[in-house]
Design a protein around this ligand. Sequence first.
Ligand code: UDP
Length: 328
Amino acid sequence: MTETKILVTGGAGYIGSHTCLALAAKGYVPVVYDNFSSGHREFVKWGPAEEGDIRDRARLREVLAQHKPAAVLHFAGLIEVGQSFKEPEAFYDINVGGSLALLQAMMEADIRAFVFSSTCATYGTPTYMPLDESHPQAPINPYGRTKHIVEQALRDFDLCDRMRSVMLRYFNAAGADAEGRIGEWHTPETHAVPLLIEAALGRRAGFSIFGDDYETRDGTCIRDYVHVTDLADAHVRAVEYLLNGGETVAINLGTGTGTSVQELISAVETVSGRPLPVTRAERRAGDPPLLVASNETARTILGWEPEHEIDDIIRSAWTWHSRFNGYS
Ligand code: UDP
């Protein structure tokens, strides 16, 4: 029996590499396509790496022809909201242009199963909670809008029988492989969980809470943190759903449970056994007070059940960051 290959763009990045690990555990061969601008060569451990830019159609054609993947998981792209206000052109070029280049190369190669890394940022300011997939999509930053544009293109490609897709709308990815082989490694780091862990490890002076006067249970923002290993599992399920003939669908990936920044801090203090130097800072622009997913669709369509809670997330992140100090 020949092995089934799955192309993973951005497979050297955070969620991409954890998904490669999960694919390999299920017997697939993940082929990483990455330009290593923010991905890490050290994270490519479960299949071959093909270096290339997501906008490079010729290189994409070559890699697709060589490996003949059954499906493509598309993680490659720019992810930081703040950067998207400073460099919107780059977000359109890479997130929109890159996705279209990839989709065109796939259609030419007659590969018609696509799993897309989308985001809860496509919803914009929530009008009700928890957020389900039929909540109106009205992004409030260029990052969210570029992801929403690709989702709309995917609807059209579906309408015209060109491509079937699963659009996975992530809430807050966090944590790391329990064995500490890979983990979260962004430069610069802006995410709450790794910043807290690094502060607890003494690698940062402390942690600033961006606003403690929100109308939430303790005044700090509430987010739905989902373990990266659970996210990876959802991606494998999405691939299998498409390979079994599943229709185009958008799916939230969250736990349905919210954790406040203050609760995160307490969890990190408990796991590390160290008090954290915390300061209070101004609210960060564009931060909604409360973002929590309804994950009914993921349960129904993918049979996905998140297995990890916030303490597992913190413990696994602690394991990874204790071993790894790539920042310094
Ligand atoms: N946050 C914070 N201090 C930091 C970084 C983040 O208080 O140094 C808060 C942020 O305002 C948000 C939550 O932590 O409410 C999660 O932020 P993150 O950047 O990790 O993810 P986002 O929700 O923006 O995707």
